[in-house]
Design a protein. Structure first.
Length: 173
């Protein structure tokens, strides 16, 4: 997403605060996103039933990745409908990203992300077009785990620290 600058910015603030710059959200994603950052994926089942689950994200070269077992509800939802949200609590900014998640199967990316996750403390390894490790979060299901790349279409940021504000950014795709 670093190569995607907003094509439209809308001030959602009701208290005369200025538009928040996208660079504030992007800086938080680049510098603060760790395994301890609260991040939730929102999906919908084919019958429209909402679902939310915590995910362990990786921010690599301006792209947001996460993993999920193929039998989990979030993976089944994404297979039927890739539209989803990613909600993130950054320092001083709550961020909700709306877009799509697509499974990543190319070996080079899977191997690279296995290395990123491993360097971050989760001992992931590439296993063909998926990841494996001795353990993962209970919500991930059993191994192997699929790798997903999230692409944002819009983002909404609400500042919880000075300077305050609320802004929506729309991206071209």
């Amino acid at each position: 997403m670093t190569h995607h600058e907003p094509v439209e910015t809308t001030n959602l603030d009701r208290y005369d605060n200025d538009v928040l710059p996208w660079s504030r959200a992007l800086g938080g994603l680049e510098k603060e996103l760790t395994e301890d950052t609260p991040v939730f994926l929102g999906t919908a089942s084919p019958d429209g039933r909402p679902h939310s689950a915590g995910i362990g994200p990786a921010w690599v070269d301006g792209e947001l990745y996460f993993t999920s077992g193929p039998g989990t509800r979030k993976s089944r939802d994404l297979a039927a409908n890739p539209a989803c949200t990613v909600s993130i609590r950054l320092r001083g900014l709550d961020l909700v990203l709306e877009g799509e998640a697509a499974r990543v199967t190319d070996t080079a990316t899977v191997e690279r992300l296995a290395g990123v996750y491993s360097a971050g403390g989760w001992p992931a390894e590439a296993a063909g077009d998926a990841l494996t490790a001795p353990y993962s979060a209970p919500s991930a299901g059993p191994p192997p785990w699929h790798l997903y790349r999230f692409t944002a279409r819009t983002a909404v940021g609400v500042a919880t620290a000075e300077p305050h504000g609320a802004t929506r950014w729309r991206f071209a795709h």
